[in-house]
Design a protein around this ligand. Structure first.
Ligand code: HEM
Length: 419
């Protein structure tokens, strides 16, 4: 009997293996060849064209070459028009191919819309079906993982709901104390340097350290020294993950034990080890009764929420430790570089406009006098606020966010165009 079964089992094993290989081959071809070709043809039929993509790489090299040209030298003068410098491909291709064009980030199409009404309609009407692409999610998998910035659909809705209390008025007010404290420390260290005879400063570095300190304190309160170590590792990880498009072009390359992949995994491991140490020490405090909650900072808020869900027996979309760690990393990333750029740009504008510098200084002196600036002074600082708005707009540009990348999870028709 076992002798009769053997050929049958061998045939079955062969059939399963060939089916597996065939479906893998089909999926790879479909993903890397058939689907991009189908999208390209469909767009071309509607009159939407773009630069010719290279196999696997798409237009990544074209973007890199245009960018290296536009940023090869310093800006001749300070200008708020940063798009030609930071997004030269958008300008070049929109003038060549028109108001709607398509280019390729590897095998992923990027449909570019420049008409404001169309963009508004897309963002308002189809926000539920738009989100982050596979390449974006894969590229930041070991960095911010499945945190809010990379979540789509129901997960995004669920995670957004959980972190929303971190941004309500009273909580924001409570962060003001940390902001003042960290800024004071930074100003004191600057003053010391000036007194010791130094006259030139790379102000961006100071602002980066300042915003990292603030985020460390708002996220991890008492454990903020460890937060700073996490910040350092995350910065290195962020730079490595920014090169992901190039490293993910080859099919299956994310599984290769390359130097790049090994470095990223090792850094991710270190970051999560530190985060787990903070989480564990808070759990211990609650378990031995030294504390009744996990804390009032962002991490504490997320841990309290997870505990509440467990007690409620909520089996829906769960908030597990991995999501909590991803959310902490997301806030680090989303909240620190953006604000550092905003502050650096604002200081640079003030430094180059002595008249406005004097006006802003006079306003601060009139409103705060000898008091330490606090949350309730903010509404009275109208000149400072308008300067911040200018800086905010530029920090959006500097971050490249004037190009919003959203991927549609299903096809939609917008103004008779199929996307
Ligand atoms: C000048 C400062 C800032 C600028 C210019 C800025 C800009 C942006 C932009 C453009 C997005 C959308 C990104 C996308 O979907 O691809 C975004 C999302 C986000 N930002 Fe900021 N941001 C700033 C400050 C902050 C701060 C201080 C925090 C938190 C501490 C923060 C947390 C987030 C989060 C969590 C998201 C994801 C929101 C979601 O998907 O629902 N941001 N930010």
């Amino acid at each position: 009997m076992p002798i009769m079964l053997l050929p049958l089992l061998t045939t079955l094993a062969l059939l399963t293996t060939s089916f597996f290989i065939f479906s893998l081959l089909y999926d790879t071809l479909s993903c890397y060849l058939f689907t991009p070709r189908r999208i390209k043809q469909k767009m071309a039929k509607q009159g939407v064209h773009g630069p010719k993509p290279r196999p696997l790489l798409g237009n990544i090299l074209d973007v890199a070459s245009l960018l290296s040209k536009s940023t090869s030298s310093d800006m001749p003068s300070i200008s708020h028009d940063l798009v030609p410098r930071l997004l030269p491909h958008f300008l070049a291709w929109s003038s060549q191919f028109g108001k709607r064009f398509i280019f390729w980030n590897g095998i992923e199409p990027r449909m570019c819309l420049t008409e404001t009404d169309l963009i508004k309609e897309l963002l308002s009407k189809y926000s539920a079906v738009s989100g982050k692409s596979w390449l974006q999610q894969q590229g930041s998998k070991h960095f911010i993982g499945r945190g809010l910035l990379m979540a789509n659909g129901q997960n995004w809705f669920h995670q957004r709901h959980i972190v929303a209390p971190a941004f309500v008025g009273d909580r924001l007010k409570s962060y003001a104390g940390y902001m003042v404290e960290c800024t004071k420390e930074m100003l004191e260290s600057l003053e010391k340097e000036v007194k010791s005879g130094r006259s030139e400063f790379e102000i961006g570095e100071y602002m980066t350290r300042l915003t990292a300190d603030i985020i460390s304190r708002t996220e991890f309160e008492s454990s903020f020294e460890k937060g700073k170590q996490i910040f350092h590792l995350l910065t290195v990880l962020q730079h490595l993950c920014a090169q992901a498009s190039r490293h993910l072009c080859l099919p299956g390359s994310r599984f290769f034990p390359s130097k790049y992949n090994r470095e990223i995994k090792a850094l991710k491991g270190k970051v999560e080890e530190l985060l787990m140490e903070i989480i564990q020490s808070r759990r211990d405090c609650v378990e031995i009764g030294r504390s009744s909650s996990y804390g009032n900072d962002l991490l504490g808020m997320l841990l309290n929420e997870m505990q509440k869900k467990k007690l409620d027996g909520n089996n829906g979309l769960s908030l597990n430790l991995q999501i909590i760690m991803d959310e902490c990393k997301t806030f680090f990333f989303a909240g620190h570089e953006t604000t550092a750029l905003l502050l650096t740009w604002t200081v640079m504008l003030l430094a180059t406009n002595p008249t406005w510098q004097n006006k802003v200084r006079a306003e601060v002196m009139a409103v705060c006098g000898s008091e330490t600036p606090s949350f309730h002074h903010l509404s009275k600082l109208s000149l400072v606020s308008s300067y911040q708005v200018l800086g905010y707009r530029s920090s959006l540009d500097l971050r490249g966010a004037c190009s919003l990348v959203n991927i549609l999870s299903r096809n939609v028709t917008l103004w008779n165009a199929w996307l």
